[in-house]
Write a protein that binds this ligand. Sequence first.
Ligand code: CA
Length: 422
Amino acid sequence: MNIPANSPTLRSWIEVPANSDFPIQNIPFGVGSVDGIESTAYTRIGDQAIDLFKLYEMGLIPSYADEDGTEYVGSLNVLLLGGREPIRALRQRLSELLRTGQDMKVIQQIKKALVPVSELTMDLPVDIGDYTDFYSSRQHAYNVGCMFRDPANALLPNWLHMPVGYHGRASSIVVSGTPIRRPMGQFKPNPEAAPEFGPTRQLDLELEVGFITYEGKPLGERISTAEAEEHIFGLVLFNDWSARDIQAWEYVPLGPFLGKNFGSSMSAWVVTLDALEPFRVASPKQEPEVLPYLKGAPNMHFDIALEVGLKPSGGAESIICRSNFKHLYWSMAQQLAHHTVNGCNVFAGDLMASGTISGDTPDSYGSLLELAWKGTKPVKLSDGSERKFIQDGDTIVIRGHCERDGVRIGFGEVSGEILPAN
Ligand code: CA
């Protein structure tokens, strides 16, 4: 598909630093505020954010909702109600306004809507109604199965037949930069003894990528794999913080609960599916053959390089993992088709995360559980210290970007520092 806003030859009249994730071909969407004034929607070029509500007030972009620009105030949920076509048109309009060759009078007007990103306090881009977490990396599922069961039966019998997932907790999802408090809970360090209560001793990260939906279909109807892309707005980086000791003791029989819902961190800028189009790659061959309702999806994997940094308090950051979004076994289209095949409804602004994305080499595993292999191979940091799990004061940073034909499209980062338990 030809998307004019993606043309590699486009340049902006706003300066784009070398290796920026945000050239004019990106045009991401986010929500932020300056000096505590009401939050509005923004896009971003280089290190400048552009206030979309101001552009609306100047008459430079239309209102797609109520003709009063309310969709540019607060979260992006109202903007997403119209689905893919209005967003595609808005992104194209912004591309035209921000590219070189634009009329000087218009440029002078737009300059009044610019805010340096450093002066902007970002919020979550959407009010997340529901959050679902999948488990779609085969290597991750295999690694966890090896550690907690045995290599011969690492994948559970259902894993190759459906994108396994669970309903997470939306209330504790926070935007990048928000500190996370080490959770308290119950765990069982000694399998023979009674459970104990205290701060988790096995705090972990999970390298994930999430997608945010447009409005789905009414309750009782399903979204097919072929229709899935019409219902996906864009992608974000996601850290699904996990307390492994709490998780291990609580998860049978109903699955993840307090080991997961104390906090999840999300990047602030949503990169649209349209902006990622040039980086689409073939989906992996699936064996055994999947059921018909999971077939028929377009190739819906994207070549997004991902990395995880760990920065001790006051110390230098070490990169502890390099992975890629294309390593997923189940595609976003299959996830959404599976999620709705029973008639479950989806709303604009829902979040679905991929599950930990592990590649097939030990340096590409997307959690400390796997990188340090259940504590048996501690990860060495550049300051000489080691980690089996995350310590208080550690900051975890996840970054992601695509690159092709001289164009780099990225997400910025999602970061969070771990504070001591209360
Ligand atoms: Ca997860």
